[in-house]
Structure formats: C-alpha cells, structure tokens
Design a binder for this molecule. Structure first.
Ligand code: G3I
Length: 361
C-alpha cells in the first residue's frame, strides 16, 4: 500500500515508520512447529526467491521455505520500481515484511537488486539521463542500504553484461552507462560499501553456462570487467551466477564452466548461484520424463559448479512451478514449465532430490 512520506522521511529517504506491511499489520506470526534444518548444507547456503504475497497466502509454501532454506531473495520487492515508484512515494511494505519474516525465522536475506535497468522507475531513469547527476543514485542507495541494514549480501549491479547489442566493452548500454559512463559500476560499488560497510557486494548476471559463442563472449566480458574493477580497487566481493538453465542449449560442459569459475575465484571473489531454474525444451513428452530431464540438468550443473570451493551457495528462482517466472500465465497442466524443485501442488520433484544430493555429496 502506498503511503505519503513525511518531510523528514523525504529527507532521510524513507518514512520513519515501524515495519509497514501490505499484507496485514506486523507481518506473519512465527510459524509454530516447523522443524528448521541447520542453516547450511555441506557448508553452503541453500535459498529461494520468494514473494511476500505468496508466502503470506500459502502456509504450505511457508513451511516448505522454512524447512528447506537458510536464505531468501525477494523476487520483486527490493527492486527500485517496487520500492520507489515515484520520486516522492516509497512502498516499503512488502520488503519490510519479508525482512521481518526472515529475521523472525533466522533466514538470511540476499538483497536483490540495487541497480537493474529493467526495474528502474521511469522517473529515476529520466532524471539520470537528463541531469547525469549521481546524487539520484546515491540518495537511493543510502536510503535502501540504510533501511535494510541487516541484509548481508547485495546484488549491487544486476545484468551489466551485453556483448551482442552494440554495447561498449561488453557492457550493456543501459540507463546507467548512458548517464554516467562505464564508471557507474565502480561508483555504485563504492557508494554501496560506504552505506553498508559490512555487506558483501556482488555483480549478478546470466547466460554464462553453456558452450556457445554468445555465452563465451559473455564469460570473457565478465572476466574483463572483474579485472578492471579489481585494478581500480572497486569494492567487489563476489559474482552472482544466475544459472537460468535451458535444455535447448545443449550439454553443460565442465571444461567450459570450471575454468570460468576458477578465474573468478582467482580474483579472490566468492560466487553465488543466485537464480537456478530450468527452462524445458519439450513439453510434449511425459511429465515423468520432463521432470527427469530437469533433475539431470540440475545434477550435472551442480556437480560441476560445486566442485569450485568459491561457490558459497545455491538459490533457486522460486520453489513451486506455480510461481515460476517461466510460467505462461494463460497456460495450464502440461504447458506449465517444470523447472523448479516443487510442482504446482508443492510436491517435491526429482529436481529437489538432485539439489539435496549434489549439496551433500
Ligand atoms: O506489480 C504488478 C501488479 O500490480 C500487476 O497486477 C501485475 C500484472 O501482471 O504485474 C505486477 O508486476 C509484475 C511483477 O513481476 C509482480 O508480478 C511485473 O509486471 C513483472 O515484470 C514482474 O516480473 C519479475 C521480473 O523479474 C521483473 O521484476 C519476475 O516476477 C521476476 O521473476 C523477475 O526476476 C528476474 C531477476 O530479478 C533478474 N534476473 C532475471 C529474472 C527473471 O526475469
């Protein structure tokens, strides 16, 4: 629910209110009787992206999250357009509620995401492009990082790589690049470090996983970016590898993925698998076969990436197929993408077992 901030709130960036939630006063009560697993699996974190409205509405989903996961990523609530849809309007209810829920249940929160072109509200986009004034970005960072100061890890910059559309140096020609030049990433990291000195600061991006020319160029561009940031002394702590796997892209190859991860680790960075799911390529075969293909892909992927000690954890981009971003909202039954650990009725699928097996192997 939108609220109009006070003058002081406008100065500090957020309404000086206690936790506000669009989902009922005070958020969710602590779930009774849920057995919490140890916070890590084989020393690595297991997490899932969630939406507060979904876990609020569904006790079974909540129980599943609490029994499976040590960390949560807000799927949409901490994006700029969700938090500050207009320059003078903050909507912090869902993000506050999610952080409150996580705190009550001892879940860690991955902050996702401070800068992403696709989730930048129109007003901020226009202001940055018109004025090229970094204070637009700085004020936003200070407000968000200050409010969510228990968040231990932030995707500071999301999806800065684009090797295919005429971008410079493999950097995406996004609003930030066009407004501030390629130094925007260094600046964002430094500002984030200043506002959240204890948080781990990450760059998060996709399509590094398969053996094809585009993904090869993307891997090379990311490594070049890391090298430059390192030599400039930018405070980068890790890389988020999204891992939206896709069965149409051919076999995963350890000889491609492992050296890439080793190079990232060689810069002294940690690696998180941040958005794991699987896009299917044949919805006409039986559900049993589809689920097995998805599980096999996940098992293959995790066996490769978990071989790299710098990989600190695995987050799936949702839990249930019913909520997958890959879901066609008009589709039913067979047409639902089955690329998450649970089916639409929250029954665990072979992918769930594959994740457990790989993490405990
Ligand atoms: O909030 C409106 C709601 O008011 C309206 O009724 C509804 C109608 O469709 O739209 C709602 O907003 C949508 C929002 O999800 C909540 O459902 C947005 O249109 C839609 O764009 C948004 O999609 C999310 C997308 O990021 C953009 O934020 C997806 O759920 C989310 O899975 C996706 O996640 C991204 C990661 O952040 C970055 N990596 C890729 C990944 C998949 O695209």
């Amino acid at each position: 629910m939108a609220h109009t901030p006070s003058r002081r709130a406008l100065l500090t960036g957020f309404a000086a209110s206690p936790i506000l939630t669009a989902f009922g006063a005070g958020g969710l009560a602590k779930d009774a009787g849920v057995e919490r697993r140890p916070p890590t699996s084989g020393g690595r974190l297991v997490g899932a992206a969630v939406r507060m409205d979904q876990i609020e509405a569904d006790a079974a989903l909540r129980r599943t999250l609490l029994s499976d996961c040590a960390s949560v990523t807000p799927e949409i609530h901490m994006k700029w357009d969700a938090l500050q849809p207009a320059a003078d309007t903050w909507r912090t209810g869902p993000a506050d509620a999610l952080v409150g829920f996580a705190d009550r249940h001892g879940l860690l929160v991955r902050g996702h995401t401070l800068l992403w072109d696709q989730s930048t509200p129109a007003w901020a986009r226009e202001r940055m492009l018109e004025t090229r004034d970094r204070s637009v970005l700085d004020r936003y960072f200070d407000a968000v990082l200050g409010r969510y100061d228990t968040v231990g890890e932030w995707d500071v910059v999301n999806e800065p790589i684009d090797t295919e559309n005429g971008a410079r140096d493999g950097l995406r020609a996004n609003t930030f690049l066009r407004s501030y030049g390629r130094g925007y990433i260094d600046h964002a990291l430094r500002r984030a470090r200043q506002a959240a000195p204890r948080a781990r600061l990450m760059i998060n991006d996709f399509s590094f996983d398969y053996d094809n020319p585009v993904e090869a160029r993307r891997r090379a561009a990311l490594l070049r970016l890391i090298e430059r940031l390192r030599s400039d002394g930018a405070p980068l702590d890790g890389i988020g590898v999204q891992a939206h796997l896709d069965l149409s892209k051919g076999p995963l190859r350890p000889e491609i993925l492992q050296p890439f991860l080793r190079e990232i680790a060689g810069f002294g960075l940690s690696i998180a698998i941040t958005e794991l799911d699987v896009k299917e390529d044949d919805l006409t075969v039986s559900i049993v076969e589809r689920d097995q293909r998805v599980a096999d892909e996940v098992r293959r992927y995790l066996d490769i990436v978990l071989d790299e000690p710098a990989v600190q954890g695995v987050t799936t981009w949702g839990l249930s197929d019913a909520h997958s971003w890959l879901r066609d909202p008009g589709a039913e039954g067979l047409a639902l993408n089955r690329g998450l650990p649970y089916d639409a009725d929250l029954r665990p699928k072979p992918m769930h077992a594959a994740i457990r097996r790989s993490l405990t192997a």
